[in-house]
Design a protein around this ligand. Structure first.
Ligand code: SAM
Length: 263
């Protein structure tokens, strides 16, 4: 998969080079280009914003800068600053390599136009289901807004060369789109076959079956007077499965009853 991010703060995207995503870049599963929007600004001040029509506080990002930037990135005319992996990763055998499980290749059909994701609090809520679908894309471009956001005509015009999605990561307002892009990029790319060393780990994650995942425990068996639940030590897989399902339902009932109503 190729990810391109257009932003006025390219340094914000640095975390994409680290840990599992850095390793995915090293393995050639993921390519990341980061583009400075100001490269498309034409005035001496490299300005990317202007006052809003109709008045009001704040500034709006200019279509005359965003339009050409999105044109060039869609056509691959700008490769931007290519992120490499933050550090060489120790080539330990991964669990999927040890079990012989192969996850090369995509499951779904990517569209012919790239997918443009525009983060905005006024967008459709981002979900695990979107992350799952978009993990099959070949090319995703993210457009990071700042100030009061991007002139709406940019989104309308971009539909000529992209499939466009305006997406919110939650009911709160951030300063800019960069952090929202990090959230979505991580949620999407961890689902690309081969990115996680153990693919079954995400198959059991929260939301994959519509519920929250229950609690997890590791060694030692007793810690600060707190015991691991006996059933997990029983060796009885059926009982463990039943217990996990019950914990998952209980947690979902308590914390996210809205998820149960969607079932
Ligand atoms: N005036 C906008 C509104 O009220 O909907 C808020 C603009 S916000 C200060 C600036 C930028 O931050 C947005 O263009 C978007 O890129 C990003 N942003 C802020 N909150 C977000 C959220 N909840 N989800 C996704 N992006 C967000």
């Amino acid at each position: 998969m190729r990810l391109d991010v257009i932003t006025i703060f390219p340094e914000y995207l640095e975390p994409l080079r680290h840990a599992l995503l850095g390793k995915a870049i090293e393995k050639g599963i993921l390519e990341v280009g980061v583009h400075n929007l100001r490269d498309w600004a034409t005035d001496v001040h490299k300005s990317v914003d202007d006052t809003p029509y109709g008045g009001g506080p704040g500034m709006v990002m200019k279509p005359t800068v965003w339009g050409p930037a999105l044109d060039d990135v869609a056509e691959g005319k700008s490769v931007g600053w290519q992120l490499d992996s933050a550090q060489p990763h120790v080539d330990k055998p991964r669990r999927d390599d040890l079990t012989g499980r192969s996850f090369e290749g995509y499951e779904g059909e990517a569209g012919d136009k790239p997918l443009l994701i525009v983060p905005t609090p006024a967008g459709r809520p981002f979900t695990q289901e979107m992350a799952r679908r978009w993990s099959n894309e070949d090319h995703i471009v993210f457009a990071c807004g700042r100030y009061e956001g991007i002139d709406q005509r940019v989104v309308e015009d971009a539909a000529n060369r992209y499939r466009v999605e305006e997406v919110s990561i939650g009911d709160y307002v951030l300063i800019g789109g960069e952090v929202a892009v990090l959230v979505m990029a991580e949620a999407i790319t961890r689902l690309i076959p081969g990115v996680l060393g153990n693919a079954s780990s995400h198959e059991e994650d929260s939301f994959s079956d519509g519920l929250l995942e229950g609690p997890s425990y590791t060694k030692p068996r007793e810690w600060r007077g707190l015991e691991v639940p006996d059933v997990l030590l029983s060796g009885n897989h059926k009982l463990v499965e039943e217990w996990r399902r019950e914990q998952s339902l209980q947690r979902t009932r308590e914390r996210r009853p809205d998820l149960l109503r969607q079932e």
